[in-house]
Design a protein around this ligand. Structure first.
Ligand code: C5P
Length: 196
């Protein structure tokens, strides 16, 4: 049975960095599920049709990382039919041997509720805004407003809202270096690996 690591949390909490590091460390496949929603939003037109027709090349678009693409993603991600259209791809990805790391908003709660490890990665709003501003070369105050708007929409929607699974390990990266955040995540996975 493949080993699944589910990583959820708000925007710029560090979950993507941790997910990539865990996939490298353990030799698991990695899927940034936010890209599915970003690519669907970026296609424009009817969002449900866009999600149903999503192709691997759509995920390689160069403009998906922008704040605008994040906002568009968050708007279409609230549509239940869009989410439903993306479930099967995520399930197939998660079923790959020897294991997979998926990061997003609803991986531990909806997509892979049976994941052997669930991490919920958080950081203060100010730290997240500063990180995103440095990454995108944007103004921190604008990023703070953007992240707050997106987190509010993501956590208040009816369909698969952003929230920790009951059995998730919460990792606050506000005051941690990247190396420390990664070692704590590796330690959490090591504990679970010892019991399988
Ligand atoms: O993680 P990222 O910031 O790329 O995600 C963009 C948007 O996609 C999020 O704000 C959220 O609305 C949506 N999303 C989601 N479920 C996921 C991953 C992302 O609703 N599993």
């Amino acid at each position: 049975m493949p080993f699944i690591i589910a990583i959820d949390g708000p925007a710029a909490s560090g979950k993507g960095t941790i997910a990539r590091a865990l996939s490298q460390h353990f030799g698991f496949h990695h899927l940034d599920t936010g890209l599915l929603y970003r690519a669907t939003g970026a296609k424009g037109g009817d969002a449900v049709a866009a999600a149903q027709a999503l192709a691997p090349e759509d995920l390689a678009r160069p403009d998906l990382r922008s704040a605008e693409a994040g906002q568009a993603a968050s708007r279409i991600a609230a549509i239940p039919e869009v989410r439903a259209a993306l479930v099967e791809f995520q399930h197939r990805f998660a079923a790959q041997e020897p294991g997979a790391v998926l990061d997003g908003r609803d991986i531990g709660t909806v997509i892979c509720p049976g994941a052997q490890v669930k991490l919920y990665v958080v950081a203060s709003d100010e730290v997240r805004a500063a990180r995103r501003a440095a990454e995108l070369g944007e103004d921190p105050a604008r990023m703070l407003a953007e992240l707050r708007e997106r987190d509010l929409r993501d956590s208040q929607r009816a369909a698969a809202p952003l929230r920790p699974a009951a059995d998730a390990v919460v990792l606050d990266t506000s005051d941690l270096s990247i190396a420390d955040a990664i070692s704590r995540a590796i330690a959490a996975v090591d504990v679970a690996l010892r019991t399988v």
